[in-house]
Ligand binder design. Structure first.
Ligand code: NAI
Ligand code: MG
Length: 483
């Protein structure tokens, strides 16, 4: 029996006002695991009214102290740790990621609550000097009502990395989780209630982007939108948020270069490059989808990575031996398969893995890992975000060429550089137009480190100190002392 989920508005679990629901699938089997309210504009308005009221006149900021806000988030961290295994299983079933990866996600979710719980008491203002006859105070205040619109690849992490700093800042929050994976986001209100969050501060609205997300972006009652998702929707949000001059933070994916120099530690570079595109089925905004390899080791690297790809084990996300799960949806599977067809015309398919043999998984949205060799940087599979386990390998001759090729893309989220020459590593990192550069590693995204893109990979930064600054306005107060 599919579970009937509800949205969470003003402290109550509610259906959509028109009663409509949509199906939530288990991507490993194609079965419906739950149905959720298909929220529309009227539902969004109900949540906005409650969040607005709580912010403007309710039990929340400025009536709470920073210490209270911090303590609530710290308690949430403990509850997530207590519920760790259950949340990890829910995440794996909903999104398709292997259980081991889901466990890592949930551990980081707990840390995010802890980290931003710590920040609540450290949002300090400034006292810029303005001469002997006056004092100026710059105080930081919450932006107001924040809408957090999140994607399906890291469902609970993406929700937490927006709502936890927003609460630390003193905002009220409306979370709109992705239609593909609403399960763990709907655990957050239960966690926050137990942690002592006052009613009306957090709301979770399930539904589709065009119908439940868009009204949040358009509403004058919402002050800030934090969004992670596709570049196309990021542009829509900027456009439709313009009417109310919405503050926006956008995290929009990429086509990130992974650069392997000949003097790198070969085994680590091969392993790391493969992880960079096969982890989480390649459904990662910062995936190292363009693998540049120096010509002298190019053939060896392609065969070593192909060998590594053959060892990827597709299977049920709950099976401990699985190293790659299904993609999140039928739509995403078709999209990635279309890119593989395009790739077969543009380049040489070096390796393609196999679907799982278990008949129970026959209807799952599995796409085995694929490596294309001899790709040119202007091929569609090297230019466009695929968001699946598809690697494009491109040879290069020297540092100047690889920097030029790496930067020749509209995106600029992340990059990885593999070399044992420290000067080369730093020079390459400095020359890359990307928000995050890993040296001799790929994909670590610690909560303490700012995260976001150059160019069309987005606007603003999340995580780290920036994550909380993103939900604050600065107010300058000038005090005349001369009269
Ligand atoms: P999407 O960008 O449509 O969805 C992300 C979130 O935005 C979801 O919560 C969705 O309901 C919401 N949304 C969609 N349209 C909206 C609108 N008009 N107004 C307000 N909210 C809206 O991403 P989708 O369709 O799930 O995936 C398509 C492609 O986007 C993927 O293949 C991938 O390339 C990219 N993507 C990038 C992500 C990243 O981490 N940067 C995450 C997910 C997808
Ligand atoms: Mg979409």
């Amino acid at each position: 029996m599919a579970q009937e989920l509800q949205s969470y508005v003003d402290g109550k679990w509610v259906d959509a006002l028109d009663g409509e629901r949509f199906d939530v699938f288990n991507p490993a089997t194609g079965e419906v695991v739950a149905t959720a309210p298909n929220s529309k504009k009227a539902d969004a308005e109900r949540a906005i009214d409650a969040a607005r009221r709580t912010f403007d006149e309710g039990a929340w900021w400025p009536r709470t102290t920073e210490r209270e806000r911090g303590r609530i988030l710290l308690r949430a961290a403990d509850i997530v740790r207590r519920e760790h295994e259950r949340l990890a299983e829910l995440e794996a079933v909903d999104s398709g990621k292997p259980i081991g990866e889901a466990r890592e996600d949930i551990a980081e979710v707990a840390f995010m609550f802890e980290y931003y719980g710590g920040w609540a008491t450290k949002i300090e203002g400034e006292i810029p000097p303005v001469g002997p006859d006056a004092i100026s105070l710059v105080v930081k205040e919450p932006m107001g009502v924040a809408a957090c619109i999140t994607p399906w690849n890291y469902p609970m992490m993406m929700a937490t990395q927006k709502m936890a700093p927003a609460l630390a800042a003193g905002c009220t929050v409306i979370l709109k989780p992705p239609e593909q994976t609403p399960l763990t986001a709907l655990e957050i209100p239960k966690i926050m209630e137990e942690a002592g969050l006052p009613t009306g501060v957090l709301h979770v609205l399930t539904g589709f982007g065009e119908t439940a997300g868009a009204p949040l972006v358009e509403s004058p009652g919402v002050d800030k939108v934090g969004f992670t998702g596709s570049r196309e929707v990021g542009k829509i949000i900027m456009r439709s948020g313009a009417d109310t001059l919405k503050r926006v933070t956008l995290e929009l994916g990429g086509k990130s270069p992974n650069i392997v120099f000949a003097d790198a530690d070969f085994a680590s570079a091969i392993e790391g490059s493969c992880n960079g595109i096969f982890w989480n089925q390649g459904e990662i905004c910062s995936a190292g989808s363009r693998v540049f390899v120096e010509k002298s080791i190019y053939d060896d690297a392609v065969s070593a990575m192909s060998e590594r790809a053959r060892h990827v084990r597709l299977g049920s996300p709950l099976d401990e031996d699985t190293t790659m799960g299904p993609l999140v949806s039928e739509e995403q599977k078709e999209r990635v398969e279309r890119y593989i067809e395009i790739g077969e015309k543009e380049a040489r398919l070096a390796v393609m893995g196999e679907r799982p043999s278990d008949p129970k998984l026959a209807n799952g949205y599995f796409v085995p890992p694929a490596i294309f060799a001899d790709v040119t940087n202007d091929a569609r599979i090297a230019r466009e975000e695929i968001f699946g386990p598809v690697m494009s390998v491109i040879p290069f001759k020297d540092i100047d060429e690889v920097v030029r090729l790496s930067n020749d893309n509209d995106y600029g989220l992340a990059a990885a550089v593999w070399t044992n020459d420290i000067k080369k590593a730093i020079n390459t990192a400095r020359a890359l137009r990307a928000g995050i550069v890993w040296i001799n590693d790929s994909q670590p995204a610690p909560t303490e480190m700012p995260w976001g893109g150059y160019k069309q990979s987005g606007i603003g930064r999340e995580l780290g100190r920036e994550g909380v600054e993103d939900y604050l306005e600065k107010k300058s107060i000038y005090i005349n002392l001369s009269q």
